[in-house]
Write a protein that binds this ligand. Structure first.
Ligand code: B12
Length: 266
């Protein structure tokens, strides 16, 4: 269907209505904005005018969605608890808002058979205007020689205290020129700070410092920091000490720490 700007606002509004109270933000984009910066093998196979929506989690997601999800004993099986929670929130919202419609939901942790991610979350964040993606070429006169430095997105309100979670592609919704591409706010404009940011993200990401490259309106709570700084294989044990999972002795069905497959991205 050819969609007007009102239709786009209705789609993002319905998602926002269900997901903002759980600590998520939603940003519309056109597939063409994303595809135009990628090589053909990484592009999404949808027409350029197709509508997509990027979802990210803010610091509030942990307390507003994850802990209640665990308290309701909704976590099951062998996949990462945060990934299960995000999937539960997003798929319930999509089913409730768009039942019968063709929505391709891609999560940040999913891989294609080629082992490439199902979508490049940072590229989607940049082209949707959600968060500037600072990459190696964004630093003039680079000090790192031949070394490959991973890039990092900075959100104008949350700095680095957020995670990119999913891309929803509405293959049947085509938007025209009324949806204008917003530039992501360049909140780390100086060369010196960009070097500091990329070095913190690549060499010291465990100390959280890259997340504080700009002041943020909200950060991860101490509990959330404890969770994400625990190695993925020990997170189930931590959830047990918090009383959010049955102890292994009492429950033969409890997921095993050694079998669990974890993405671990926070
Ligand atoms: C694989 C992966 C890793 C790997 C490899 C990292 C990498 N970047 O390749 C490892 C395990 C090392 C890793 C580690 C971490 N990761 Co990681 N990781 C991912 C994952 C799943 C895929 C990244 C990937 O493979 N990209 C493919 C490469 C080729 O893409 P690229 O480098 O961006 O190159 C493309 C762009 O340059 C684009 N392009 C070209 N020209 C232009 C121009 C413009 C303007 C634009 C916008 C794009 C563009 O084309 C290129 C491809 O051809 C993403 C989630 C996702 N689905 O995207 C998270 C992700 C990047 N990781 C994330 C994080 C936070 C981390 C860690 C801190 C761990 C943690 N606590 O979660 C560490 C930090 C890095 C480190 N020091 O090790 C976050 C980053 C958030 C942010 N603020 O940017 C992400 C987005 C996950 C999330 N849920 O939020 N990670």
């Amino acid at each position: 269907m050819a969609a007007s700007i009102d239709d786009v606002e209705s789609i993002t509004g319905q998602l926002d209505n269900r997901l903002s109270k759980l600590g998520f933000e939603v940003y519309p984009l056109k597939v063409g904005w994303y595809n135009s910066v990628l090589s053909p093998s990484l592009r999404l196979s949808y027409p350029d005018d197709s509508l997509a929506v990027l979802l990210l989690s803010t610091p509030a997601m942990f307390e507003q969605a994850f802990l209640p999800f665990m308290e309701q004993k909704s976590c099951q099986g062998l996949t990462d608890p945060i990934d299960q929670c995000v999937k539960h929130c997003v798929s319930s919202a999509v089913t409730q808002c768009f039942s019968g419609q063709n929505v391709d939901v891609r999560y940040d942790y999913e891989l294609l058979p080629s082992r490439m991610p199902k979508f490049l979350a940072q590229t989607a964040a940049h082209v949707s205007g959600a968060a500037f993606y600072y990459q190696q070429p964004d630093v003039t006169d680079q000090p790192w020689g031949q070394k490959k430095m991973f890039g990092v997105c900075v959100h104008p309100r949350f700095g680095g205290w957020f995670a990119l979670r999913a891309l929803l592609v509405f293959g049947d919704v085509q938007v025209g020129a009324e949806l204008v591409q917003p530039a992501p706010p360049d909140c780390v404009p100086s060369r010196e700070d960009r070097i500091k940011l990329l070095e913190a993200f690549n060499f010291h990401w465990q100390d959280w410092s890259y997340r504080d490259i700009i002041p943020s309106v909200q950060k991860y709570s101490d509990k959330q920091k404890e969770y994400f700084s625990t190695p993925p294989a020990q997170r189930l044990a931590l959830l047990r000490t918090w009383g959010l999972l049955p102890s292994e002795d009492n429950s033969p069905d409890a997921p095993s720490d050694t079998l669990i497959q974890l993405s671990g991205h926070g």
